[in-house]
Design a protein around this ligand. Structure first.
Ligand code: 5AD
Ligand code: SF4
Length: 474
């Protein structure tokens, strides 16, 4: 009988991708997805450790899960609980100690070993069934903890079969980070930078295309640091990889990549934005701060002007490029002048979308030990000021699309009958009345309404071409 799997995902798109691949790994064991956590035979929390209170949130979620598990057990069933992702990597042993009901704790690099972990956890559960509570608390024969950074890559051990992701799909090409920004846990939780070989990525892109994907977002914590091995022994950068996907997976009409670092925006990648039509004119390029002093303290390895220059060069080759960024306010030692420099950079560059955060000391990172932490009240005031400007820029950007006709990739049915939802080149959600047969196609839509996060429009022209998934691979 099919077993029910519920995966709850926090954090970044890499975690969304990892969750999908964990489901792929567990499918051969008879696990299929369910929408109900309380009914599931196995629940995986795929956690994020990047910002504030990540560990606390995980523990309170585990408290609720324990109750669901107890209810299932009282009714004669059982539930395997697994904690995955970056909190698991950073705090695995502590999680095991504090919540004995957990069966599996695994890091982001070991999920290809999940079937073996599930087998061990199931055996342990069977052995414990009917034993007194004290038995559970001593964790006799229970609990699988695997937060290694194994020598073999998980990518080499993941199953070929992938559940289709739909019209817009993610493809992990790179993982980990060697930059060591002083505020960030990623180099510790995801480990050293690793690039997948070119051939494997091209094969996965073609497979996604055959399954109906028309847009691929290439993922990596430091995606433009990509340096993968090609079959002829040479090393390719991201630009060359993008060009190859554009050529070898022609039905992929849109290519995006995230998240990139200013240091790795090389000449070839900038040029690709001008000459690869599939590369969408929207780039998430985090700057974090506009103050050179703070950027140095953050170990970002670039200055504010370096960032400005990159943007200028990108806009030279792709004038309609829209930008998105991440900002941190209240990094230790940030003065009013430093903050003013960030505001100035925002005014100079202008962003279509942004994410901004109050600095939060992450255990084990260098910045957590800096004495001069900025008071919370000061951070609050700065964050509000920063977000007000970014919000205005978002609204202004959306307004520039009003009355224009933009190509929209139609992804799925909307909430209202007859309505589809798709995305503009600038990653804006667009609602439009169109037949469901248009799903998967790019159609010209005239933007007529501005909502806050979504735009509304009317079909100006039908799709130029409709592809059948079966025809995708010759
Ligand atoms: N405090 C606040 N924000 C952080 N980020 C990463 N680490 C921290 C931290 N310690 C933000 C950065 C990064 C985004 C994913 O999360 O802006 O780009
Ligand atoms: Fe973290 Fe910096 Fe690496 Fe981005 S580049 S993942 S912020 S250490």
């Amino acid at each position: 009988m099919a077993k029910k799997l519920f995966i709850k995902t926090y954090g970044c798109q890499m975690n969304v991708y990892d969750s999908a691949r964990m489901a792929d790994v567990l499918a051969p064991l008879g696990y299929g997805p369910t929408d109900s956590q309380a009914d599931a035979d196995m629940v995986i929390l795929n956690t994020c450790h990047i910002r504030e209170k990540a560990a606390e949130k995980t523990f309170s979620e585990l408290g609720r899960l324990k109750q669901d598990q107890a209810r299932k057990q009282a009714a004669g069933g059982d539930m395997i609980i697994a904690v995955a992702g970056c909190v698991a990597q950073a705090e695995g042993a502590e999680i095991m100690r504090r919540v004995p009901e957990i069966d599996i704790v695994l890091g982001p690099q070991t999920y290809h070993r999940l079937p073996e972990m599930v087998a061990r956890a199931t055996r342990a559960r069977d052995a414990r069934r009917g034993q007194p509570r004290a038995f559970h608390e001593k964790r006799i024969g229970a609990g699988v903890l695997d937060t290694d950074f194994p020598a073999e890559s998980k990518f080499d051990h993941l199953p070929e079969a992938m559940a289709p992701q739909g019209v817009s799909a993610f493809l992990a090409i790179q993982e980990g980070c060697d930059k060591f920004c002083t505020f960030c846990v990623v180099p510790y939780t995801r480990g050293a930078e690793f690039s997948r070989p070119v051939e494997k990525i091209i094969a996965e892109a073609r497979k996604l295309s055959a399954q109906g994907a028309r847009e691929i977002t290439l993922l990596g914590q430091n995606v433009n640091a990509y340096h993968g091995d090609a079959a002829d022994g040479s090393t390719w950068g991201l630009a060359r990889l993008v060009r190859e996907i554009a050529e070898k997976a022609p039905q992929i009409e849109r290519i995006r990549y995230t998240t990139s670092h200013p240091r790795d925006m090389d000449d070839d990648l900038i040029a690709a934005h001008g000459d690869v039509p599939q590369l969408m004119p929207f780039l998430h390029l985090p700057v974090q701060s506009g103050s050179d002093r703070i950027l140095a303290e953050m170990n970002r390895q670039h200055t504010a002007d370096h960032y400005r220059r990159i943007i200028e060069r990108l806009r030279d080759v792709r004038p309609d490029l829209a930008l998105s960024s991440d900002f941190i306010v209240g990094f230790p030692g940030e003065s009013d002048a430093d903050f003013a420099a960030t505001m100035k950079l925002i005014e100079d560059v202008t962003f279509a979308q942004s994410f901004s955060f109050k600095y939060s000391p992450r255990p084990g990172t260098p910045a957590a030990n800096i004495e001069q932490q900025v008071p919370l009240e000061v951070m609050d005031v700065r964050l509000q000021a920063l977000q007000a400007v970014l919000e205005k820029q978002l609204i202004d950007f959306n307004r520039t699309t009003l009355g224009k006709t933009v190509p929209v990739l139609l992804e799925r049915a909307g909430r209202d009958a007859g309505q589809l939802v798709g995305k503009s080149p600038y990653l804006q959600a667009v609602h439009v009345t169109a037949p469901t047969t248009f799903i998967g196609a790019v159609a010209d839509v005239e933007i007529t309404d501005l909502g806050h996060y979504t735009l509304g429009g009317v079909l100006a022209a039908g799709p130029a071409a409709m592809f059948e998934p079966e025809r995708a691979i010759a």
